[in-house]
Design a protein. Structure first.
Length: 250
């Protein structure tokens, strides 16, 4: 999962108190860095804060099972500060280049690659539009399900069209995006990289909503949806627990 503004992400979780189980380790790593760089806490204090968070948020929390990971996260908290990127702009020229592909899958792939390159450029101004994400991560974020052969094939198609370039070294899988055009008119601001394929579909007018709980994009086929699948399950479970608690108190 790529998080643009790590500081805001941590503060949102702490404020809302909602965290998907699949994001627990990611959050703890960021929370440790947040406590070190933003709150100026030392290692022992960081471990205590992480432990306290889990104790209040994990229903089956067992201290002994988390001792080693929490120590590790606290020990590495000082390595580098939190990223504070609010999002990246896509220009009209860049978007027109993608639309000119006239292929739904290639469009999503090209859009995802462009977003990733702009984020890397934000983190390192000397990056020159290179990305180092694995094919698996790229296609997952682009919301494209296909075979390994097709993954390579579609990237090669973009290369043949002059939109990307590969590193010259055989063992270097980095990709350079060649259609970045910062001088164009700013048209689309992307502030969430979790489902970039859906961000592109939303831009093209398809029906998607941002989950009321976590903000991720989700399909809105019936026009009434408020939550993504994961948050919906979590909320339903919480409501069931509250109902059971009321029954017991009768």
């Amino acid at each position: 999962m790529i998080i643009l503004n790590e500081k805001h992400y941590v503060e949102h979780i702490l404020s809302e108190g909602t965290l998907a189980p699949s994001c627990t380790h990611t959050f703890l790593r960021l929370y440790a860095r947040y406590l070190y760089h933003e709150k100026k806490l030392q290692k022992n204090e960081i471990v205590q804060k992480l432990d306290s968070f889990l104790e209040h948020s994990e229903p089956h929390y067992q201290k002994e099972n988390w001792a080693a990971p929490l120590e590790q996260y606290a020990a590495k908290a000082s390595t580098y500060p939190l990223c504070k990127c609010d999002g990246v702009w896509m220009t009209d020229c860049e978007l027109q280049t993608i639309l000119a592909l006239h292929d739904k899958v290639l469009e999503r792939l090209a859009f995802t690659l462009l977003c990733l390159a702009k984020f890397r450029d934000f983190k390192n101004p000397k990056n020159d539009h290179w990305i180092s994400n694995s094919n698996g991560e790229i296609y997952s974020i682009a919301c494209i399900n296909t075979t390994a052969f097709e993954k390579d094939n579609k990237l090669h198609l973009l290369k043949e069209l002059g939109l990307i370039a590969f590193a010259k070294k055989v063992d270097n899988l980095n990709i350079r995006i060649l259609f970045v055009e910062e001088t164009g008119k700013k048209e689309l601001f992307v502030s969430d990289f979790r489902k970039l394929g859906y961000e592109w579909r939303l831009y093209k007018g398809e029906k998607y909503i941002r989950c009321t709980a976590c903000g991720i994009l989700a399909k809105n086929t019936n026009g009434k949806r408020k939550y993504c699948v994961e948050c919906s399950k979590r909320i339903d479970l919480q409501k069931a627990k509250e109902r059971m608690k009321k029954i017991r108190n009768l």
